[in-house]
Design a protein around this ligand. Structure first.
Ligand code: ZN
Length: 453
């Protein structure tokens, strides 16, 4: 069975960007080790091919073209029927199972690594490579010996070829010579690294994988491209299995198909490391809420819930709130940033005001609110400690809004605490954010802290 048709479904649309990003990551070459030459040392005794079994092979589009190989039947069966992130591709090369924790006579250990940074596994028989990766490359966590094989070519064996993709940051192995040749000739995503091991061509069978495959979820879902094309956040969330599953997929690196920088989607992350794209972005439709001190509005997908929040805080007896800053254009943000920096200097000024192109206000999904009473409305700086602020802090998530710049989070967000700055991420995601006890979008999505530009 070949998976090359599956792999050639790689996202050419974003391939160049991914490739460029991968090249930009320091130390990447360290994780693309060249396959060791097969050992010249002959095995002391020939292993018995009848004890070898074919390995189960899986492919995941959600994990950005990851492949996974296991000899463990229950693990493979579970992946097939319960985990919609993985597609079973059939069996591939033969390996020997461990016997009481050791490799059978004539075989040697195949070591396995896992990288959460790359969302992928890596297998090698080279003891020196194992040592080098363990001691010099923190991207990979050593998982131990999972099965056994041979490093020498002999009668009745076939080469297992090893590839590395800088674009996907994945390894791939196959004993199918035609598949390997096809990748080498026709798929620039994959670099050939040589022979990983020699596998017997005959032997025992592996127990079959049975039952219906789990429905494809997230990036694997056949319905996702259409939902992404029309930027249907609710449908996308549903195809990931709900907002909690969506968050988990993003944080675990299973959502590479899902742009976190698309300003049209409510989970867009804008911070000092992530500019709005495009910089000239203008929301398609803006509405000024009924209780507002300004002209700048809120986007159509968020205005209804904002006005409901305004009504409910007043109905609760905590008092009214008013919008004092909603949408701000790039030019407006540039002026605000200029003024704050002129007033306070670069460092202090930028703890308060974002550089143009880096403000959530340009999304139309941010709302600065103030507390209002019988004598009118207070300022941003008098919002903290008001009954309104207490109510908003405890309840805004129910409306899809989070307090974006919390106290104690400046090292992550790069901003002083702003209890007045609310950010819409959608009701379902905001519930997951609240229930999970998160205090920044960066932590929520597993993104690096962004304290500085
Ligand atoms: Zn703000």
């Amino acid at each position: 069975m070949t998976g090359s048709s599956a792999r050639s479904r790689s996202r050419t649309r974003r391939w160049v960007a991914v490739f460029a990003a991968a090249l930009a990551i320091g130390g990447l070459t360290a994780v693309a080790p060249t396959a060791p030459a097969p050992s010249a040392t002959a095995a002391t005794s020939a292993p018995d091919p009848d004890d070898s079994r074919p390995i189960y092979r899986f492919w995941s589009q959600g994990y950005d073209n990851a492949h996974f190989y296991t000899l463990d039947h229950s693990e493979a069966q579970n992946l097939h029927t319960k985990d919609g992130n993985w597609a079973y591709e059939g069996t591939d090369f033969r390996v020997w199972p461990l016997e009481s924790g050791t490799c059978p006579a004539g075989t040697s250990p195949v070591h396995r690594f896992w990288s959460s940074a790359y969302s992928s596994h890596f297998y090698t028989m080279s003891a020196s490579e194992v040592e080098r990766v363990r001691t010099t490359d923190s991207n990979w966590n050593y998982e131990g010996v999972r099965f056994c094989s041979t490093q020498s070519q002999s009668a009745g064996t076939t080469a297992v070829h090893r590839f590395w993709s800088p674009a996907f940051r994945k390894h791939f192995y196959t004993a199918n010579a035609a598949e390997a040749q096809n990748l080498r000739d026709n798929d620039a995503n994959w670099n050939y690294e040589g022979v990983a091991m020699y596998a017997p061509t005959s032997g025992a069978g592996s127990a079959p994988i049975t039952g219906a495959a789990a429905p494809r979820v997230g990036c694997q879902s056949p319905a996702l491209p259409a939902a992404l094309a029309v930027k249907d956040a609710a449908r996308i969330t549903q195809l990931f299995g709900g907002a909690g599953a969506l968050r988990d997929a993003i944080a675990a690196g299973r959502a590479d198909c899902l742009p976190l920088d698309d300003p049209a989607l409510p989970w867009v992350v804008v911070n000092k490391q992530r500019a709005i794209s495009p910089l000239s972005y203008t929301p398609p439709s803006l509405t000024v809420p009924s209780s507002s001190l300004v002209d700048g509005g809120i986007r159509s997908d968020a205005i209804g819930s904002f006005e409901q929040l305004q009504r409910d805080v007043a109905n609760s007896g905590a008092g009214r709130i008013a919008l004092t800053s909603g949408y701000r254009s790039y030019a407006t943000q540039a002026a605000i940033h200029r003024n704050q920096v002129a007033l306070l200097g670069q460092v202090e000024g930028e703890r308060l005001a974002a550089r143009p192109g880096h403000s959530e206000h340009q999304l139309g999904l941010a709302a600065d609110v103030v507390a209002c009473g019988t004598n009118g409305c207070g300022s941003l700086y008098s919002f903290a400690g008001t009954a309104q602020e207490n109510w908003v802090r405890d309840n805004s998530w129910k409306y899809g809004w989070i307090v974006r710049y919390e106290s104690g989070q400046s090292g992550t967000t790069g901003y002083n605490p702003e209890p007045w700055h609310l950010r819409y991420i959608g009701v379902d995601l905001a519930r997951v954010y609240h229930d999970g006890g998160y205090h920044s979008l960066e932590a929520f999505f597993g993104l690096p802290a962004a304290p500085q530009y």
